[in-house]
Write a protein that binds this ligand. Structure first.
Ligand code: HEM
Length: 433
């Protein structure tokens, strides 16, 4: 998806099919979303090709309401558009697609491992991983930042879920395939979307099935250990399937979002050189990261179903209807963000909802913020200059707004020479795919 800098509302054009992943690979939804916010805030989308109808909320207040009022909107029938029209087998078992009270039981054990203080302990490892990510720059002038960044969160998830480096390459591939099964880089030749998804799921589940059944795994002080020790509201342990689904959810949640925020963030700096300079002069990377999150909104949408008939911004929506909440659009809502189409590294206040709102708000937000802060600190410290060296390519996905290729030319500062001693992240191989 292109991340537009201009509020050029497209007048009179029909709303494109927001359930078409290829639209987000080639098009820029921001002008369309701006028009929807102005004229059609709760839009009834009737996709082509016999796909089910759904509603699309684009304003900040409506998106926040859809995501946070679990009495009015259930997540248990699926939280992404690709599940529309079929039963989500993970409903009621996996955190992201479970309503309270079980939702609380699944989330509580994770929170202590992902709180601000707990994740602070990962900083030295994240710094080392960031240097590895950037280290190709010490070997070649031109390289693909996004291709390297794709490995960063899988390595980070490895710290939480015990993923060995030998498995990074393989799991990275299948994790991205699981959210972008229509993308030409993952779809392969002649494979149906269902086949790509099914292969991705089996590979990921097989990896973690083996991990979960290792003797003594429940005693480990990590996220897998916490889930293996968690109980249902009736005091029973979670089933093997429930633990597996939640580990899968953590892997997907951590991986596909964080890398895309990194690549979209660097692209935004390259397209806004004054802001790049301003950030370097101020040294305020925390503020930069918040603007990157608002600007890139890597989690593009979330899906819910109405539990009864409701009125959303004067539109009546029937019971059991699918409603999509477009976070990227909400984060450019003119009524909340002054000059929303300007990337401003010192934006304050910055009440973006890139991590969602309400009970399902991202459990990995502290870790994601830390990972991005460390990475951009390292970019600022090591690079004298960064320039675009080719056309960025965007992911074909309705769920993740992402930059999958970002060719850059980098010039190192003298201290950047030390990057040569780090092994590039993307060099690891986990066997043929
Ligand atoms: C820039 C990085 C990230 C972004 C933009 C992001 C975004 C989001 C959003 C918008 C939601 C709410 C979805 C909904 O309401 O249906 C969410 C939930 C979730 N995220 Fe993240 N996320 C990021 C990083 C992470 C990381 C690092 C982890 C794991 C350590 C993670 C794990 C999860 C999980 C497990 C959920 C489900 C929470 C629940 O249902 O209660 N995410 N994330």
């Amino acid at each position: 998806m292109h991340i537009s800098s201009e509020n050029s509302a497209v007048k009179n054009a029909p709303v494109p099919d927001l359930s078409d992943p290829h639209y987000f690979g080639a098009g820029d939804p921001h002008p369309v979303w701006a028009r929807m916010r102005a004229e059609d805030r709760v839009h009834r989308q009737c996709p082509m090709g016999g796909k089910p109808e759904f509603w699309a909320a684009t304003g900040y207040a409506d998106v926040s309401r859809v995501l946070s009022r679990h009495g009015e909107f259930t997540a248990s029938r699926g939280n992404i558009l690709t599940t529309l029209g079929r039963t989500d087998i993970a409903g009621g078992k996996m955190l992201a697609v479970t309503d309270p009270p079980l939702h609380k039981r699944l989330k509580e054990p994770l929170v202590p491992h992902l709180g601000r203080q707990a994740v602070a302990a990962f900083e030295p490892r994240l710094r080392e991983l960031s240097r590895r990510l950037l280290s190709l720059s010490a070997r070649q002038d031109t390289w693909d930042f996004a291709a390297q960044a794709a490995f960063y969160p899988i390595a980070m998830a490895g710290l939480l879920l015990g993923i060995p480096e030998a498995s990074w390459h393989r799991l990275k591939h299948f994790t991205y395939a699981a959210v972008a099964e229509s993308d030409p880089d993952y779809a392969g030749t002649g494979d149906s979307r269902a086949a790509v998804l099914s292969r991705a799921h089996s590979e990921i589940f097989l990896h973690f099935h083996t991990e979960l059944t290792r003797p003594g795994r429940a005693d480990a002080d990590d996220l897998i250990g916490a889930l293996l020790r968690a109980t249902t509201p009736h005091g029973e342990p979670l089933s093997h399937e429930e633990v597996l689904l939640n580990v899968y959810s953590l892997l997907i949640g951590a991986t596909v979002t964080t890398s895309h925020a990194a690549s979209a963030g660097l692209l935004a700096l390259l397209e806004n050189p004054d802001e790049h300079t301003h950030w370097l002069e101020s040294g305020d990377t925390a503020s930069l990261v918040e603007e990157i999150l608002r600007w890139s909104s890597p989690a593009n949408h979330a899906l819910r179903h109405t539990t009864g008939e409701i009125r959303l911004n004067d539109t009546v929506i029937g019971a059991g209807s699918p409603v999509t909440a477009w976070l990227g659009s909400a984060n450019r809502d003119e009524s909340v963000f002054p000059d929303p189409f300007r990337f401003r590294v010192d934006r304050s206040p910055n009440r973006h909802i890139a991590f969602g709102v309400g009970a399902h708000r991202c459990v990995g937000a502290h870790l994601a913020r830390l990972a991005l802060t460390v990475l951009f600190e390292e970019i600022g410290r090591n690079f004298e200059r960064v320039e675009l060296a080719g056309e960025p390519r965007h992911l074909h996905s309705t769920f993740i707004a992402g930059v999958k290729s970002l060719p850059v030319r980098t010039v190192l500062r003298p201290e950047g020479a030390a990057l040569r001693s780090f092994q590039p992240l993307g060099d690891t191989t986990g066997g043929a795919l």
